[in-house]
Design a protein around this ligand. Structure first.
Ligand code: ZN
Length: 278
């Protein structure tokens, strides 16, 4: 439910972006619904999807789901159920924002800048950590299930969020209403504006060399990061991701300086590193 609502807090597409997205759709014979032309795309391919369906290809190469999700969201539900080889082909486009498809006489490039969102159960039966129902899996089954995701793939997720068990009344919307999507949307727009004003690009697009310039850490924050890297066995790439997330949290709060609080919150979103890193 949360995943499908993500596009409602994402900025609308500009005219150029809307044309670009509609062009990709037309290559596959799909059309965008007229009232959604300016909304960020949301694609949720099933876990039985082939790697060609996911990243594109075929004898007359056409874009796959990752290109249909360009400038929007690609949602993979039940992540460990996808074939490992299918998941591994995602690694390169996640980094480069495009996918190259080589044929004997030509190489085609399709754009693929998407936000990757995935969901998984805590264990195969789904009840680990549930307050009332006992998990029936052995520790071995649980670790086999989690091992289906490679470290390098997990490393590419900025946020690992554990969603606590919700009672039926919450799921049916009978509890007190939460903040509306339109209020969150406004906050997202302001945070993005701060980023564009400061560095002419979004935090997610900052190169490692630019992080020093635009996300400088005070000595206390720097030493907190170094301790966390040792404890979580974070790679340099992982640490850069944490800094980008911390800078984004500061932008969402309207803060000029990135503080230990922002860094601490960003580190708290690396829960799966703690599990696999020991
Ligand atoms: Zn279980």
């Amino acid at each position: 439910m949360l995943a499908a609502r993500l596009p409602s807090i994402l900025p609308h597409l500009s005219s150029d972006e809307a044309v670009e997205v509609a062009s990709i759709y037309s290559l596959t014979g799909l059309a965008r619904e007229p009232d959604k032309i300016f909304s960020a795309p949301f694609r949720a391919p099933h876990h039985t999807a082939s790697s060609v369906a996911l990243v594109g290809g075929g004898s007359h190469p056409s874009p796959g789901e990752i290109s249909l999700a360009h400038r929007g969201v690609l949602f993979l539900d039940e992540l460990p159920e996808y074939g490992r080889s299918v998941l591994e082909v995602l690694r390169e486009p996640i980094e480069s924002g495009e996918i190259r498809i080589s044929r004997a006489n030509a190489t085609l490039t399709f754009p693929a800048q998407f936000q990757l969102l995935a969901a998984m159960n805590p264990c195969p039966c789904g009840f680990s950590g549930h307050p009332k129902v006992a998990c029936t899996d052995t520790p071995q089954q649980i670790s086999n299930y989690r091992r289906k995701l490679s470290g390098p793939l997990l490393d590419r997720f900025d946020l690992h969020v554990e969603v606590a068990f919700q009672s039926g009344s919450v799921l049916l919307g009978k509890s007190a209403p939460a903040e509306s999507s339109s209020a969150v949307y406004e906050r997202v727009l302001q945070a993005r504006k701060r980023q564009l004003d400061r560095q002419s690009k979004l935090n997610s697009e900052l190169k490692p060399s630019e992080l020093e310039e635009f996300c400088s850490l005070q000595p206390q924050t720097q030493s907190m990061l170094e301790r966390a890297m040792d404890r979580l066995a974070l790679s340099a790439r992982g640490a850069h991701r944490v800094i980008r997330v911390a800078r984004t949290l500061a932008d969402l709060n309207g803060a000029e300086q990135l503080s230990t609080e922002h860094l601490g919150e960003a580190l708290a979103y690396r829960g799966l590193d703690r599990q696999s890193g020991g």
